[in-house]
Every structure is written in C-alpha cells, then in structure tokens.
Write a protein that binds this ligand. Structure first.
Ligand code: KIV
Ligand code: ZN
Length: 388
C-alpha cells in the first residue's frame, strides 16, 4: 500500500446497523455488502458475530460472497466473542478480527471496575488469541477520544507487540475537536514504538457534528484508515459519512491522499442504503442529499447557468448524479425560468419571458416549488392569450 493511500473501512453493516429501526436480514445485508465491494471499500465490517445467530449467519454469508474487500467481524476482548468471529470469518478470502476494550478512565473504573494494568493484559490476551484464527487483527481502544494520550500510547504499543496490524482510535462519544483528535494521532505517530509497521485508524462519531472533520484531521496527522458508514448512519448522531470523507480527499488533491472508491457509485449506494435501512437522509445532506446539487435562489441560478463552477465545487456526475438541478421557486429569476422552459421545449424570446415571468412569480408564491407542468401551463395560456 502506498503511503498516500487511505483505506476505507465501511461499518454500515455493524455500527450503522445498530441504529434503532435499521435492522437488516441476511439477504439485505448481502445486497449491501456486494455493492460496498463494487464501490471499492477496502474493509467491510460485516457484523458482531457473537451478538445474535442472525448476525453470525450474515458474517458467514458475507465472508463467502465478498471477492475483493477484507471482511471484518467485531468482538469484545474475550474468548467467546473471538471464537464466534473466527468461526464466522472462516470462508473469507481476507478475514480480519476487530477486537478491543475501553481505555478511558470512565470505562476502566466504571464499566470494568478494573485498573489500567489489567486492561492492558486483557487487550494483549485478546489480540494473541484472535491471532490463532487470523493474521489481520485490528485493535480498538474504545473511548480513545477521552483517553489520556500517555496511557493510549502504552496500550497501543503493547497491542502492536501482541500482534495487532491496525490500531483503531475511536472517538466513541463524538467529543473531540478536530485539532485535538489530529493531535492525538500525531502524538501516537511520534510516541508509539513500531507504529510504522501498522495502520492507525480513525473511528469518529458525530455527536457534535464533527465526525467528518475529525477523520480528516486524523489522516492529516498520519492515520491511514477511516472507519465510516454510508449516509453517516450509526449510533446516536451517527458515524463519519463515507461519501463525505471520500469526496473531501478527492476535491483537495493537495492533501495527496487517495482512496480506492469509485465515486460515481456514491449516490446510488446512498439510495440503496436509504431504501433497505428505511432511514432517509435530510435533503441538505452533503454529497448525496436531494439538494446537494440543487440551486434555488435567483442569484445562484444565474451564476450556475452561466458557469456551473460558480456555485459548485464538484461535478455532480463525479458522485453519480446526472446533473445539477435548477429548482424554480419564488426566489428564482428570469434566467432560471428561461433555462427550465427551454429544457421542456419552449425557447422563449425576451418579450415572451417578460410576459410570462410575473405570472410565474404569482404561481411560485402559492407553491413550494414550480414544476414542469406548471411552467408549461403558464407558457401555453400566455401564448393562447397572445394569439387572440
Ligand atoms: O465507537 C466505538 O468505539 C466503536 C468500537 C466498538 C470500535 O464502535
Ligand atoms: Zn463506533
């Protein structure tokens, strides 16, 4: 792997599926897994095999199906979980076990009633045990976002010695600021022995709307894997949105960081996941929302009609959207009306446009949006009146 390559680890089928109401059955998971593989994700987190027989079965079937990506199963740091994951992944061409434990003070004290030393021991044992099943072991330090950096560096170093190949640094509660999360990655890059032999991974939650910014800060400071979900689905406010981080890296080539994602499949993949998971993205969702390439104010429409780049930083076709849309509302100007009229076959002269426009505004004031049939009706009734 080149040092400028960022691995995309998709956890739609694990962290994403934890969302209430998002439960998928195995056939649905297979459809999504197949699409993720086609999209070019490097790792598919297929599920948490110990959690239920259904999830175990899904990981088995996804392992059999996926041809390109690594297939990963989540475990806690115990033998039962790891046995289930090892078994579920046995058909995968490239299997990975994702094991770990909470490392912040509150996790150690309250969740485990334990001590930092005992937590390190449990992490090492889990990694060594998982290693008896597969070579590729990702270690997660749950709540790393709120874990003291010195302790985090220690446990990461021990995880590498025990055989971890990837170190996941989750901001489990979505608390970090981008500078803080970036500084954490930098600290680990500079203070963990053996870090050059493993991949550091960002896993950010969106409780404060910072998951994407934090993941980008992570890769700017040495991480080379981003854990994310389609449409940003995930626990509470969600995870980092795959489509956002991928397009940020693509639209900022000076960062010199690439992914393997076929971005032209982003929009249709988003639609597919919305359909199967039953959770619709908001219209103003970055990259894949219905309004992501829609222009509705007169000033913007005029600019876009003259030159798309005036108000668009990416070409919609790059993410699989056919074209930008000019939405007609009471804020639209003559240029937008003429443009949309032409699209449905009416090439209006300046005089015609001047006549039709006031009527268009009257209609627009009474509607949320003016559609093609409204435009056609206004133009035709105007032409009939002119003929009389
Ligand atoms: O957010 C988190 O900490 C997680 C881990 C289980 C990786 O999802
Ligand atoms: Zn998570």
């Amino acid at each position: 792997m080149s040092k400028n390559q960022v691995q995309i680890f998709d956890t739609t089928l694990r962290d994403g599926e934890q969302v209430p109401g998002c439960k998928l059955n195995t056939p649905e998971k297979l459809i999504i897994a197949e699409r993720l593989d086609e999209l070019g994700v490097d790792i598919i987190e297929a599920g948490f095999p110990i959690s239920s027989p259904g999830d175990f079965n899904s990981v088995v079937e996804i392992s059999k199906l996926v041809k390109n990506a690594t297939v990963c199963g989540l475990t806690r740091a115990n033998m039962k979980d790891i046995d289930a994951a090892g078994e579920a992944l046995k058909h995968a061409l490239k299997p990975r076990i994702h094991t770990g434990i909470g490392t912040s003070e509150s996790h150690i004290k309250y969740k485990f009633n334990s001590t930092p030393e005992k937590i390190i021991e449990r992490a090492k044992e889990a990694i060594k045990y998982a290693k008896t099943y597969v070579e590729d072991i990702e270690f997660y330090a749950e709540d790393a976002g709120r874990t003291d950096n010195v302790f985090l560096a220690r446990i990461c170093e021990e995880a590498i010695k025990a055989g971890a190949t990837v170190l996941n640094i989750p901001d489990t509660t979505g608390y970090c600021l981008p500078e803080e999360y970036g500084a954490k990655m930098k600290y680990l890059m500079e203070n963990v022995k053996g870090i050059e032999n493993v991949i550091l991974s960002c896993h950010c939650h969106n409780d404060l709307g910072l998951a994407t910014a934090n993941s980008i800060a992570g890769v700017q400071n040495g991480a080379r894997q981003i854990e994310c979900t389609i449409n940003g689905l995930g626990e509470r406010a969600g995870n980092t949105a795959l489509e956002e981080v991928v397009m940020i890296l693509k639209q900022h080539p000076y960062l010199n960081l690439d992914t393997n994602i076929n971005t032209q499949l982003l929009y249709s993949t988003s639609q597919m996941v919305q359909h199967h998971m039953g959770i619709l993205v908001q219209p103003n969702k970055a990259v894949v929302g219905e309004n992501a390439f829609a222009h509705s104010s007169g000033i913007h429409q005029d600019g876009v009609i003259k030159n798309r780049a005036t108000y668009e930083i990416m070409d919609p076709s790059e993410v699989g959207v056919t074209e930008s849309s000019i939405v007609l509302t009471a804020r639209s100007g003559r240029a937008a009306l003429a443009y949309r009229a032409k699209k449905i076959g009416f090439d209006l002269t300046k005089k015609e446009l001047d006549k039709v426009y006031p009527e268009f505004l009257k209609t627009a004031d009474s509607l949320k949006e003016v559609h093609d049939m409204d435009i056609e009706r206004i133009i035709k009734s105007n032409r009939v009146r002119a003929d009389k």
